[in-house]
Design a protein around this ligand. Structure first.
Ligand code: PLZ
Length: 452
């Protein structure tokens, strides 16, 4: 429970939080500023922040700060609180589980909730083949383990990742990630046997899915050779790289080539998974059945949990004791995941993501029509983006993008940027947001664009 400062009333999180944008101080206000000053002294400078508030409560479609400002949330803590922050089912499950059992270590004495999450993931991920799962703490850890499993299964070492990829901040996943700043610069050396090939970026490469895939496959065959390749890892819709939706046929051609060559096809659905794209998993939108799927973020309504799920024969290739970690599949995180998965399956959240897609695309396309600095509007479900360019040249306009995001935040709307060129504003609201708040958030972004 959040304790409100004595001098003011700050509502608690959850569905009771007033669903309104309310900015009564400069952002940051004085209380947030105090905490941010302490952050600057106490927290390592490398841990940045993009929205200069200190959050005290959140729920529905708003985040409330220490000064009582209520900001419209179009970021979901980077696609995590997809069911909504403080979803009642999730809160109840966390409280009950915390009172019962917080930890035994699943590798010491197993418990049912971990098994139930694995069963749910085996059932929900694409494909009706026999599957198994293993649970971890973060998206990066899931990716690391997917690569370990693929290497053990194939007896091969090389891994292919794509341009614009993001897979995490640990050493292996930094190596898989395509962007130097801020993720990699100065942090090398990176792991060996990682190879990068071109992705499909229809707005910039103008290639068909088949042509982009043929190019990538040709690079793979020339640089590595299928016989040496353990896995290809790809985000079905690239997240940090710019919410890039591949051209039709790209993913399925890559997946087919992997199948033909005994290469493990890993879909990194850490950002795109769990109803975010208007399907339970984005792979489904492209008719692709991955061998392994990595998940995290939305899986547990805000609790740290991640997973690798996939073909039972591949998942079982690691020897007993070869996979794990002290906290992987923590009981409280698993209880939260079971509640969140219940919400994904039974509260119409996939349909809600589709409605949000409709609203966001309609508004953003109208904005793009009126303002040629929006070069592209794309995405699926509640994972939608606008790419900002110089209308004369099509060159990425990162300065405009950051100015618009900053202005929107100052006016009470949390928006996040992304993109290899830093020129994309991404909209990934919690699915619990109302249409009214979502529209108001877009009004604010539109005014921010006009003012810049
Ligand atoms: N794979 C596809 O999107 C995390 C990173 C934010 P972790 N994306 C947000 C940042 O700046 O650190 C992500 C992802 C995809 C893997 C990850 C990594 O997930 O839970 O952050 O480790």
């Amino acid at each position: 429970m959040t304790t409100a400062p004595a001098t003011q009333t700050i509502p608690l999180g959850g569905p009771t939080l007033p669903q309104e944008r309310r900015v009564t101080t400069a952002i940051p206000g004085p209380r947030s500023q105090e905490i941010l000053d302490r952050k600057a002294s106490a927290v390592a400078a490398g841990v940045g922040h993009t929205v200069p508030i200190a959050a005290v409560a959140a729920g529905g479609g708003v985040v409330v700060d220490a000064d009582g400002n209520s900001l419209i949330d179009l970021g979901s803590g980077i696609a995590v609180t997809t069911v909504g922050v403080a979803h009642p089912k999730v809160v109840e499950a966390i409280a009950a589980q915390a009172a019962q059992l917080t930890h035994t270590c699943f590798m010491i004495s197993p418990y049912e909730s971990y098994v139930a999450v694995a069963e749910a993931l085996n059932r929900l991920t694409p494909g009706d083949h026999e599957k198994k799962s293993a649970l971890f703490n973060s998206g990066a850890e899931a990716v690391e383990n997917a690569v370990k499993i693929a290497r053990k299964h194939t007896g091969r070492q090389a891994v292919v990742a794509f341009d614009h990829a993001y897979h995490g901040r640990t050493n292996l996943t930094m190596g898989l990630t395509a962007k130097a700043m801020p993720y990699k610069s100065g942090f090398g050396p990176f792991a060996s046997e990682i190879y990068r090939v071109g992705a499909s970026y229809p707005f910039r490469d103008r290639l068909s899915g088949a042509d982009a895939a043929a190019k990538a496959i040709s690079s793979i065959e020339k640089q590595i050779g299928a016989d040496n390749l353990a896995a290809v890892i790809i985000e079905p819709i690239q997240g940090e790289g710019g919410f890039i939706v591949p051209a039709d046929g790209f993913l399925s051609a890559i997946a087919q080539w992997c199948r033909d060559n005994g290469v493990v096809f890993i879909a990194d659905e850490v950002q795109s998974g769990f109803a975010r794209t208007g399907a339970m998993f984005a792979s489904e939108l492209f008719g692709v059945v991955p061998d392994l799927v990595t998940t995290a973020k939305g899986i547990a309504g805000g609790m740290p949990l991640a997973a690798v799920t996939g073909r039972a024969d591949i998942m079982d290739s690691a020897h007993a004791g070869g996979l794990g970690g002290t906290y992987g599949g923590n009981p409280v995180a698993c209880a939260a995941a079971l509640a969140a998965i219940d919400a994904f399956e039974n509260d119409g959240l996939i349909e809600r993501a589709q409605q949000i897609e409709e609203l966001l695309l309609t508004r953003l396309r109208a904005m793009a029509e009126a303002d040629p600095r929006i070069g592209d509007v794309r995405g699926r479900g509640a994972m939608i983006a606008a790419e900002f360019v110089d209308p004369a040249t099509g060159a990425p306009d990162a300065a405009l993008t950051s100015a618009v995001a900053k202005a929107a935040i100052a006016d009470g709307v949390i928006v996040l940027t992304c993109g290899t060129y830093g020129n994309v504003i991404r909209f990934l609201p919690p699915l619990s947001i109302s249409d009214e708040l979502l529209s108001e958030g877009l009004d604010v972004v539109a005014s921010a664009l006009q003012a810049n």
